[in-house]
Design a protein around this ligand. Structure first.
Ligand SMILES: [Zn+2]
Ligand SMILES: [Zn+2]
Ligand SMILES: [Zn+2]
Length: 156
């Protein structure tokens, strides 16, 4: 199993264009939207919309959930943000992932590991043969991590 890390440099390159791309979608570059992007950049991904609303409110108590969700939607449309689903099905947001990835979540401790395309090549390949294109970011697998499951096999 491979852990994918998103490099800081690819993130900052991606975010450089945010302002003009928001404008081209008819959205103003407001301090609240700017705060959301700052907040997102400071996380390691895997943050829920509700958590983002809270983090934004720490900076600007006037921030409304609708501003946060609408901005997330647009950022996702322009490819700077991807969402996946946590154990309880809630959306979790990633900043401009360098590569698509799925998630393996420990049902005991809640630890999240990222799955690369290689990890799930069999599934992606066999579904692909049947004409089904897998959206890797929507693949979430439950199970037990090595610490909780005493399999003795460390996940890379
Ligand atoms: Zn979804
Ligand atoms: Zn665990
Ligand atoms: Zn992830």
């Amino acid at each position: 199993m491979t852990v994918q890390r998103v490099s800081r440099s690819s993130r900052s390159t991606a975010f450089k264009e945010v302002r003009s791309r928001l404008r081209s979608r008819g959205l103003r570059w407001t301090p609240q939207r700017r705060a959301l992007i700052d907040v997102l950049s400071a996380t390691d991904g895997h943050v829920t919309g509700a958590e983002l609303v809270e983090l934004c409110r720490d900076r600007d108590p006037e921030t409304t959930p609708s501003t946060v969700y609408r901005t997330l939607e647009v950022l996702e449309e322009i490819g700077l943000v991807k969402h996946s689903h946590g154990r309880d099905g809630r959306q979790e947001f990633h900043i401009a992932p360098a590569s698509e990835h799925g998630h393996a979540i420990c049902e005991n401790c809640g630890e999240v590991r990222e799955l690369s395309e290689g990890d799930v090549a069999g599934l992606v390949g066999s579904l692909g043969k049947r004409g089904f294109a897998v959206d890797l970011s929507h693949l979430t697998v439950g199970g037990l991590c090595p610490r909780c499951g005493n399999s003795g096999v460390p996940l890379a």
